[in-house]
Design a protein around this ligand. Structure first.
Ligand SMILES: [Zn+2]
Length: 374
C-alpha cells in the first residue's frame, strides 16, 4: 500500500510542472459554455459607447477599448507595429482596425484569422438612427472577445490574428484594408478566416462558407459540437448551394467578401430568416427588422429576443470546438477551395440578366400586370 502511495506521490510531483504550462488540446470540447453574459454586453456598450459610427470619435473610443482587451489577453502586435490600432484612410476620412496576434510556439506555424466589425450606424448619411449596434455588431465583437479569452489560454499549433474592423458600414473598408494589404506569403499561410457579423437577433443562426458543394464548410457540420440536437431556433444551419437572391445577397454582405475575393477560405456567421415564405432576407417572421434602427439596443433585444445571448454563445462554442479539433488544419487544407466567385465578380452580368428578365416580363405582359398597368 505504502509503495503505491509513494508511487502516486512521485507521479504527482513529476507531473506538477505540466499544470503550469498551457494545456494541449487534442480533442474537441463538447460542452456548451456560457462565455458571453448580459454583463459583458452592458460593459461593452458602456465602455465602447453607443455611437461607434465610422470615422467618428466614438469609433476611436471603441477601438481603444478593444486594444485594451487585446493587451489584457497578452496578444502580440501585428507585423512590426508598436500598437494594436491601425489607422487607414477612406478618402478624407480616417478609421482604424484593431489587430492583435496570438503566436504559436510551433515552427513555421500557419495562421487563422478571426474578425468582426465594431463600428455601427448611430449616425448614417447625415441622419441619426440612435442604433446602439448591440446586434450589429456588438454581438460579433462580444463573440470574438469571448473566443479570444478562451483560445489565449491554450497552446495552439497555428497563429491567430484577431482583427476588429472599422468602417464596415460605409463599405467594408476595414476588412478591405486589412485583406488587400496581406502579402502573397501571408495569404498562402492563412488556413482560413472567420467573420462574425450580427448574431442572435432573428429566427435562425447561419454560417456561409462560399458556394462550392465540396468545400471546407463540412467541418462545422461534422465536429463534436452537437448542433443537430439543439432546438430549431438555436441551431446553426448549414446553407446549401445557391437558393436564390436572399442567399447570395446576405452571404456576401459582410467582411468575408474581401477574403473570398482573394480566394482565402472564409466562413461568416450571421442571424436571420431565409426560410420564410417571401423573397429576400429578413431577420424574423412577424417582427420588425432591428438592424440599423433605434431598436438595436439592449433593452429592446432582451425583451424581444430571449435567445440573443445563447445564440452568440452557440457560435462562440462552435468556433472554439472547431478550432481545437486535432485535425483542424489538415482538414481545412485538404478541403476544396473552389470558391464560386461568379456572383461576386460578375455584378454587371447578373444585373444584365436581371434587366433582360424584367424586359421580357414587360414584353410578355401577363394579364395581372396588364391590369395593374391600365
Ligand atoms: Zn454588420
Amino acid at each position: 500500500m505504502k509503495k503505491y502511495l509513494i508511487f502516486i506521490l512521485a507521479l504527482v510531483l513529476i507531473s506538477f510542472p505540466i499544470f503550469e504550462t498551457k494545456p494541449q488540446i487534442t480533442f474537441a470540447q463538447t460542452s456548451n459554455q456560457e462565455l458571453i453574459t448580459l454583463d459583458n454586453v452592458e460593459t461593452f456598450i458602456s465602455r465602447a459607447g453607443n455611437n461607434r459610427s465610422a470615422y467618428s470619435s466614438g469609433e476611436k473610443t471603441a477601438s481603444a477599448y478593444l486594444a485594451q482587451k487585446m493587451q489584457e489577453n497578452n496578444l502580440s502586435y501585428y507585423k512590426s507595429s508598436t500598437s494594436y490600432i491601425y489607422e487607414f484612410s477612406v478618402g478624407i476620412n480616417k478609421s482604424q482596425n484593431v489587430i492583435g496576434v496570438q503566436k504559436s510556439a510551433k515552427d513555421n506555424a500557419k495562421t487563422v484569422i478571426l474578425g468582426a466589425h465594431y463600428d455601427n450606424v448611430y449616425n448614417f448619411n447625415g441622419e441619426t438612427t440612435y442604433s446602439n449596434g448591440v446586434f450589429d455588431n456588438g454581438s460579433g465583437v462580444l463573440c470574438l472577445l469571448a473566443i479570444m479569452k478562451e483560445l489565449t489560454k491554450l497552446q495552439l499549433p497555428y497563429n491567430i490574428i484577431y482583427v476588429f474592423y472599422g468602417a464596415e458600414e460605409t463599405g467594408l473598408h476595414g476588412s478591405k484594408n486589412f485583406v488587400f494589404n496581406l502579402s502573397a506569403l501571408e495569404i498562402k499561410n492563412t488556413i482560413m478566416a472567420f467573420n462574425f457579423d450580427s448574431i442572435g437577433v432573428g429566427d435562425y443562426t447561419y454560417y456561409y462558407s462560399g458556394d462550392s458543394a465540396n468545400s471546407y464548410k463540412e467541418i462545422f457540420a461534422n465536429n463534436n459540437y452537437n448542433i443537430k440536437e439543439m432546438p430549431q431556433n438555436k441551431r446553426i444551419n448549414l446553407l446549401t448551394n445557391f437558393e436564390g437572391y436572399a442567399y447570395t445577397h446576405i452571404g456576401l454582405m459582410s467582411d468575408n467578401t474581401a477574403y473570398l475575393k482573394k480566394n482565402i477560405k472564409c466562413t461568416t456567421f450571421f442571424s436571420g430568416n431565409l426560410s420564410h415564405s417571401g423573397t429576400g432576407y429578413i431577420e424574423s417572421e412577424n417582427k420588425n427588422n432591428i438592424s440599423h434602427t433605434k431598436n438595436d439596443n439592449l433593452l429592446y433585444i432582451t425583451e424581444n429576443y430571449p435567445n440573443f445571448l445563447s445564440s452568440i454563445n452557440n457560435v462562440a462554442n462552435l468556433t472554439i470546438s472547431t478550432l481545437i479539433l486535432e485535425d483542424f488544419e489538415e482538414r481545412i487544407e485538404k478541403s476544396n477551395n473552389e470558391i464560386n466567385l461568379f456572383f461576386l465578380n460578375n455584378k454587371v452580368v447578373i444585373g444584365s440578366i436581371f434587366l433582360v428578365g424584367i424586359l421580357i416580363l414587360f414584353a410578355l405582359k401577363p394579364k395581372s400586370l396588364r391590369q395593374k398597368l391600365n
